[in-house]
Design a protein around this ligand. Structure first.
Ligand code: ADP
Ligand code: ZN
Ligand code: ZN
Length: 816
């Protein structure tokens, strides 16, 4: 009797493949183990076993595996079930899910490049003969393909050797980013304890009697100490007091001051060191309600305004779950947010917290994977962005999804295009775990479910410490322009508010939802606007680099001196982005530290963290940025938030535009006035009476919801209809047009539900590929499975038509 296994490959293939094994292997292999298998011509991949059986495949001759890579399963059966669900719900291939779920260090293949690790010390570590050979070869050659290792070792079966070397930290995969987060260090000054005794102070002043500057510095130190009651950084001190570095040095020499260094993270630990905090009455009440809600509902929404202390409630809840031996998953929309949270959670839970994210090296990700699999004490709470959903949990009790409304939870490209919130709810169901969704501005669909009895609902309407919500002031810029009260893009009102906040030693955040200097350049003679030659968009002007750039493909040219159409030199920039705001600010407040945070300034590794750190350390007075600023970050010293132009958020061609504009404005506004000051938010707009602007001003989520849900109902959008968007791409315009029409016709004739399109999207060409979209709307209650199967069938027949074969179609279920 022959023996077979079903194996998933890390390739975009819809089904597992059957491979042949011998009887001994049959006795050893379990579902969830990896095997090295040949596929295609001379290629080796790491496949995953999903089944064992004795039925030879009908259509092909089963190949034999090369070898077994694991001693025990590294993927659980629940994971496999969850991956199957993702593949079927999001209409992608199981191979796509496998490939994106596993750290790439688990998926060696013949083409993978390996390199040596610089800091590896061979004398410290035992290497086998084979391992040593590979190590040695890598000292001479910067990188090797896995395939080439076969030649060096003179055998076919090399993946175990390479896996061992990775485990021993001797080598790494070439594509990976191997930088770890290095905590930033900051210099502080303080006065030695013994000098602070009452009886020493007069002596101290006498000691300094000959230097007015030194006396001033000491007096200022006392003032700061009394005001802030926290460590005083050298930088903050010199800047605020105007003391020179030389004066500080002589004070240090005299023993009046001493310098010390702390890591930025350590400060956090100290501040939260009495990390055993108490919930406020309101928080306690919400906490109890959440627990009660869990008795009835699997999913509960915690709708708490910004700064109400949702995180504290999560922490208390997590504590109860891990006490009862459960694992907890904490999902965040953005890995950049993890640093702050990790500090907070480790201060509370110590090293029971593990972090899983794509910026970590493969070795670290593999380590976390193993810890979760073994249910280790080191990984009771896992913090991560959406990919942490794929870890091999075995006793998951709770999933917390913070900022659940964030669209970054939805993966766009490549497949699987899953929504981490929804996939997490599915996963929780498989473990019988609870889900807590948290947000100050819940997604419309979530609020619909929470108020419609599908999810539990708990509200928290008070900021922690009874801090008042920020005062929101609208500035009508149409009127300001008319009355000539604008300087560049700043109204006199905004300008004065900034000056006032800065004079009080506060920091300011300014929000503008566009980057670059201005989004387009226009010829004033003929109206020509320079376009990207490869995409259907105008080029964005960057003043500092004196360039025009495409935001879709990166194409760029030097800023033209004359119009390419009519040669006129009368060119004008239109609209404005963050770069322009930053430059105007530098003119308005020349002595202040002004930084910008957008995709252009945060490109490098940790570019984002660097800016956040500098802002927290008060090295920045005014921070200008795009929606990156709106994420749940906490800054104690911000008293003013300005929104430069609320209008461009409102007019986007997307049924979620209003919802998003509301969320974005409320979230940015929430950055103002945390802790001890009431914050102020200034919104500049041409439409102060627009409903969304009014709803933001009144902090009236229910009104926003009511209006939006009414529109959604009328125009057949979620939560009343599920959407499936097909995107077709092809370089040949005519071919695409015909293919899209064919597909549209067949779909609408066969599906019996609304099919819209084929539409040219707002940007209808990117990198020389033309784009068409088709939208399918499934009414709630319609058999989703049946409709999806029908769609897949139609897509298969589309693929079988020779002239359309080259049109690429991607499927996006629940597009965002
Ligand atoms: P949210 O996530 O709801 O916006 P946070 O949980 O971040 O709010 O809380 C806002 C601020 O208030 C944080 O600085 C937090 O440390 C503080 N805070 C909230 N609740 C408490 C508490 N019970 N004890 C001490 N500090 C708290
Ligand atoms: Zn012109
Ligand atoms: Zn382009």
């Amino acid at each position: 009797m022959p023996f077979f296994i079903e194996v998933i490959l890390p390739l975009s293939l819809p089904k597992p493949f059957t491979y042949a094994i011998n009887e001994a292997e049959y006795g050893f292999i379990k579902k969830g183990m990896r095997v090295a298998i040949p596929f295609g011509r001379n290629k080796i991949y790491t496949g995953l076993v999903t089944d064992l059986h004795q039925n030879p495949p009908q259509l092909y001759q089963a190949k034999e595996i090369h070898q077994i890579l694991d001693d025990f399963p590294i993927v659980t059966e629940t994971q496999l079930k969850h991956w199957d669900w993702i593949a079927s719900y999001y209409m992608c291939n199981i191979g796509d899910v496998y490939k994106s779920a596993m750290p790439s260090g688990f998926l060696l293949e013949s083409e993978t490049l390996i390199t040596s690790k610089k800091d590896f010390d061979v004398s410290d570590t035992q290497l086998s003969d084979d391992e040593y050979l590979v190590y040695e070869a890598l000292q001479k050659q910067s990188a090797l393909k896995v395939q080439e290792v076969s030649a060096i070792l003179n055998k076919k079966t090399t993946l175990p050797v390479i896996n061992k070397l990775i485990a021993k930290n001797a080598i790494s995969l070439q594509e990976e980013i191997n930088e770890k987060y290095k905590p930033k260090t900051i210099r502080y000054i303080r006065m030695p304890q013994e000098l602070l005794q009452q009886d020493q102070l007069s002596g101290l002043m006498e000691l300094l009697s000959r230097s007015q500057k030194q006396r001033d510095a000491v007096m200022y130190y006392f003032q700061l100490q009394a005001r802030d009651k926290k460590p005083i950084s050298k930088k903050q001190f010199t800047e605020e007091s105007g003391t020179s570095v030389a004066v500080i040095k002589s004070l240090v020499d005299k023993g009046v001051f001493e310098e010390y260094i702390l890591e930025e993270d350590r400060i956090q630990f100290e501040k939260d060191d009495n990390s055993g905090f108490q919930l406020s009455d309101r928080q306690q009440e919400a906490f109890e309600l959440v627990k009660q809600s869990f008795d009835t509902y699997k999913v509960t929404l915690l709708h708490g305004i910004t700064s109400s202390g949702k995180t504290e409630i999560y922490i208390k809840l997590i504590e109860e779950f891990i006490k009862s031996g459960k694992q907890v998953l904490y999902l965040l929309p953005e890995i950049a947010l993890t640093t702050q949270l990790v500090v907070r959670l480790t201060a509370y839970f110590g090293n029971q917290v593990a972090v899983f994210h794509s910026k970590y090296s493969n070795n670290e990700r593999i380590e976390t994977w193993q810890q979760v699999l073994e249910d280790s004490e080191k990984a009771r709470v896992i913090i991560g962005a959406r990919s942490a959903l794929f870890l091999p949990f075995n006793d998951l009790g709770l999933i917390v999804i913070d900022e659940e409304h964030e669209q970054t939870f939805k993966q766009q490209d490549p497949a699987p295009r899953y929504h981490a919130r929804d996939a997490a709810i599915m996963l929780a169901g498989m473990y019988d775990a609870k889900v807590l969704l948290g947000s100050a501005t819940p997604g419309i669909e979530t609020y619909y479910n929470a108020t419609g009895g599908k999810y539990g609902y708990v509200q928290l309407t008070e900021r922690y410490g009874k801090v008042l919500p920020p005062e929101i002031v609208l500035v009508d810029i149409k009127d300001k322009y008319k009355r000539k009260r604008m300087t560049g893009h700043f109204s006199d009102t905004l300008n004065e508010a900034i000056a006032e906040a800065l004079s009080e030693g506060r920091q300011v955040i300014l929000f503008q939802n566009r980057r670059g200097y201005s989004p387009w350049v226009e010829c004033m003679t003929c109206g020509h606007v320079p376009q990207c030659p490869q995409c259907d968009v105008s080029l964005t002007y960057y003043k500092f680099k004196n360039q025009l750039r495409c935001h879709y493909c990166g194409y760029n040219i030097a800023n033209p001196t004359h119009c390419h159409q009519c040669h006129s030199t009368d060119l004008s920039t239109k609209g404005f982005g963050t770069e322009q705001i930053e430059m105007e600010l530098k003119g308005l407040f020349p002595t202040k530290n002004i930084w910008r945070m957008d995709q252009d300034t945060t490109r490098g590794k940790f570019g984002y963290e660097k800016i956040i750190d500098a802002f927290k350390n008060r090295e920045i007075d005014i921070l200008v940025g795009t929606q990156m600023l709106a994420k749940g970050l906490h800054f104690d010293n911000v008293s003013l938030v300005g929104i430069l132009n609320a209008d461009n958020m409102l007019y986007q061609p997307d049924f979620r535009a209003f919802e998003r504009a509301y969320q974005m404005m409320v979230q940015v506004a929430g950055r103002a006035g945390r802790k001890d000051v009431r914050g102020k938010v200034l919104i500049q707009t041409y439409n102060p009476l627009h409903n969304i602007i009014q709803q933001v001003t009144n902090n009236d989520y229910p009104a926003m919801y009511k209006e939006q849900v009414y529109e959604r109902h009328n125009f057949k959008y979620p939560p009343f209809y599920r959407l499936i968007r097909l995107t077709l791409k092809q370089r040949d315009y005519e071919k695409l047009k015909n293919g899209a029409l064919w597909l549209y016709n067949v779909l609408s004739q066969n599906l019996n539900i609304p099919v819209l399109g084929p539409e040219e999207p707002a940007i209808s060409r990117i990198r020389n590929e033309y784009i068409r979209t088709i939208m399918i709307k499934l009414p709630q209650g319609n058999s989703i499975g049946g409709t999806k199967r029908a769609i897949v069938k139609i897509l298969d027949s589309f693929d079988a038509i020779p002239q359309y074969k080259s049109i690429r179609v991607s499927v996006n279920v629940d597009p965002y």
